[in-house]
Write a protein that binds this ligand. Structure first.
Ligand code: GLA
Length: 744
């Protein structure tokens, strides 16, 4: 007994000694009391388009779940008692906008750091309203007073739903958002085939495909601005299949309308459902929200197709042309750009000669690329001058107006290149405003293409960048087109302007860019503006609210372009795709692709040329004239028609696509053979899509004297062309053909 007492005393002494040194936990008023949630009348809300419905179920606690995204159904109210039968004790199910907290342990759409350090948020339905095609759901956390409005805008004709969140701090103290997605979607299938994009300079919009399983797949960018090395804030998800199909099966496609850092995650938890969360990437961007402040996210664009990927792309294209693109499907002129023809080495006389040639070939616009500016640090190569946007008077003493007027006199429009977000290490701008440059104190400022990025989160820089556009436009009243380039992404990020609020930098940059573009568009509504970023990496539906088109890639080699343009077409419509014919062999890959193949391929987008016309032989020039003339006959279909992809270059042997007018009275078909097809094999068959089966179409091959198809100049019914199809004799690699179809 004595021994036992001694041991107890010793243990007690040890415990007391520990207690002295151990930090005492702070007393919190932990009472087991919970805030009571008001009862909610269970209901179903359907956001409907012409053929699709997103159906949301609200239970008696006010939890909102996605119960269906797919075909429109007659009575969505039947979903009221739908029980998806997952185990809610492990996973609270398909929450419409999952917040970090409560039972939810997956990738959140929203997470918040509150002033007391707590991180839990649980969102419950409070009300909703429907105004026209817009449905707004109000959600609230009853403990912290965080509020989220989810806005769903339906585009009935295109079967697209655009969705964003407005996050409001209705509490009394400042909070910090550490996740703030635009939208979340949950779907359930047996298999998930994800198609997404990757790429690099000269290899943009490459298609990647993979089956998803349990765990999380994250697509994202942390480059600040999307240039050169690129993926794209878009995807297609084929359901219940391991095979890509253009024409069958369910496909959900999504695209984030944001030009900065983004993240789209696909998470398959134990339930087997697939949760997609899409929005701005919160990387290094915790967003402070004072009491009463709101944060509005960009739109996430969703579409659903029950007829394969082709319909999903067409939905996005139609929506973009009608509701999102700055200039819709307005035709951009066929242009000649001098970049690959002269690079930096030109003078007025050379440019006027090129304009003469362009005019005689039937082109419609001349674009003067890089190299026209800088005096103290003349831009005669890519090692000087960016930032000093005054005319190089030594190189072009007659001035821009002289050249633009010359072009106009010849019947051509005139365009010019700028790269206003950048500064060169050798420039007056760098000397005058080193504090305007993106940088992090004490760290090396890495140069990419010998240049640095200006800090667009700074309002003074926004004024400067707007001023570059404005001053360039003032060089002549005959400037019709601006090529807005951006040749590097952001590294060693940081803003001297933002001081301690560095977390605002990445988002502030893009907000600043959009502010500049708003001002540009207010003053220059009719100027055609091309978005370029060493090619096509900066293509997204945020940017396309301001730009008419995108330079799809610096790479104009046919074999590369066919893959780049195919990838681009999965998400973006042809009217935004700048595609130029350059010399053979092309400068980027040195590939020898025939001029006809190049022309036929460039004609599937906005056709242009990028070479010194004098380098063409008379025969090549005559051929170019012919292609340009024929393109003018059918380009309205490329710009405004519906795209049907008939064969993919990623499958190896051939590539084919067609555009059909909305009224199905005309179509243009492009066929490309990629591999040698020996004479013992039958000709490849291309079954056409999208035509009116009952109408008869006259078929005319373009750009050739001798046709590759026995059916040329004959007429066929739409149903014949869809089942018998075309079987032209395209046997050599790079054989190609263009057919125009006109209903009789
Ligand atoms: C980038 C563009 C090119 C050209 C050059 C000029 O690389 O992609 O088309 O404008 O800049 O420097």
């Amino acid at each position: 007994m004595k021994r036992f007492v001694l041991i107890c005393a010793a243990l007690l002494a040890m415990a007391n000694a520990g207690a002295e040194t151990r930090k005492q936990p702070k007393k919190v008023p932990f009472t087991h009391e919970t805030v009571e949630l008001p009862a909610v009348e269970p209901k179903v809300i359907a956001v409907e388009t012409g053929h699709t419905a997103l159906i949301l179920q609200i239970d008696k606690k006010g939890v909102v779940r996605t119960v269906h995204y797919g075909d429109k159904i007659k009575n969505p109210g039947q979903f009221l008692s739908f029980n998806p039968s997952y185990n809610r004790s492990v996973d609270p199910g398909a929450l419409i906008y999952p917040a970090a907290g409560g039972r939810f342990v997956g990738q959140p759409a929203l997470s918040v750091r509150y002033p007391d350090g707590t991180r839990n948020t649980e969102l419950y339905y409070t009300a909703h309203e429907v105004a026209g095609n817009k449905t707004t759901l109000h959600l609230k956390d009853y403990v912290t007073a965080m509020e989220v409005d989810l806005v769903y805008e339906a585009f009935p004709e295109a079967d697209v739903i655009a969705s964003h969140a407005v996050i409001r701090n209705a509490g009394k103290a400042a909070v910090e958002l550490t996740d703030f997605a635009s939208s979340s979607m949950t779907v359930t299938a047996r298999k998930y085939l994800l198609t997404h994009f990757h790429g690099t300079w000269a290899e943009e919009m490459q298609v990647d495909r993979e089956m998803l399983g349990h765990g999380t797949k994250v697509l994202e960018s942390r480059r600040g601005i999307q240039t050169t090395q690129c993926n794209n804030p878009s995807f297609l998800l084929s359901l219940d299949t391991a095979e890509w199909s253009e024409t069958t099966g369910e496909v959900i496609a999504g695209s984030l309308a944001w030009s900065g850092n983004w993240r789209i995650s696909f998470e398959e938890p134990e339930s087997g459902a697939m949760r997609i969360v899409a929005g701005i990437n919160p990387y290094a961007s915790a967003w402070p929200l004072k009491a009463g402040e709101t944060f509005t996210t960009p739109d996430m664009i969703w579409t659903w197709s029950g007829q394969g990927a082709g319909q999903a792309s067409r939905n996005l294209h139609r929506w973009a042309r009608k509701s999102q693109l700055y200039a819709g499907s307005k035709i951009t002129p066929i242009l000649l750009n001098n970049w690959e023809g002269t690079y930096f080495d030109f003078n007025t006389k050379m440019l006027l000669d090129i304009i003469d040639d362009a005019a005689s070939m039937g082109l419609e616009m001349f674009v003067l690329d890089d190299g026209w500016f800088g005096n103290d640090y003349p831009r005669n190569n890519d090692r000087a001058g960016l930032g000093d946007w005054e005319l190089n008077t030594k190189k072009l003493p007659e001035g821009i107006d002289y050249i633009a007027s010359y072009a106009h006199d010849k019947g051509l429009k005139f365009g010019i290149w700028i790269e206003p977000e950048m500064v060169h290490t050798d420039s007056n701008l760098d000397r005058q405003h080193p504090e305007w440059i993106v940088q992090s104190p004490g760290r090396e400022m890495e140069q990419i293409r010998n240049q640095w990025t200006l800090d667009l989160s700074n309002p003074d820089v926004q004024d400067f960048v707007y001023g570059v556009f404005d001053r360039t436009m003032s060089l002549s009243d005959k400037i019709d087109y601006i090529k807005w380039d951006c040749n590097r992404s952001i590294t060693s990020f940081g803003s001297p302007y933002l001081g301690p609020e560095q977390d605002r930098f990445f988002i502030g940059y893009i907000q600043g860019l959009y502010k500049v573009l708003d001002r540009v568009r207010a003053k220059y509504p009719d100027t055609i503006i091309q978005c370029c970023s060493s090619g096509g990496a900066r293509v997204d539906y945020g940017q396309l609210r301001y730009f008419n088109e995108v330079w799809a890639s610096d790479n104009s080699d046919g074999d590369s372009r066919i893959r780049i343009q195919y990838g681009t077409s999965l998400i973006y419509p042809a009217c935004i795709m700048g595609a130029h014919v350059s010399v053979v062999p092309n400068h980027q890959t040195g590939n020898i692709t025939p001029l006809k193949f190049r022309f036929d391929l460039a004609a599937t987008g906005r056709l242009g040329m990028e070479l010194q016309p004098k380098s063409l032989t008379p025969a090549e020039r005559a051929f170019a004239d012919r292609c340009i003339k024929s393109y003018k006959q059918y380009r309205d279909l490329v710009f405004g028609g519906d795209l049907y992809r008939l064969a993919s270059p990623y499958d190896g042997e051939e590539s084919a696509l067609m555009y059909v007018s909305e009224d199905k009275s005309r179509a243009v078909v492009f066929l490309f053979n990629l591999k040698y097809r020996n004479r013992d094999r039958t000709a490849a068959i291309f079954r056409l899509q999208g035509l009116d089966p009952a109408r008869t179409y006259k078929v005319t091959e373009q750009n050739v004297d001798k046709s590759c198809w026995w059916g040329n100049k004959k007429s066929f019914t739409g149903d014949f062309l869809a089942s018998g199809g075309f079987n032209p004799s395209l046997r050599k690699p790079h054989d190609s053909a263009v057919f125009l179809l006109e209903a009789l």
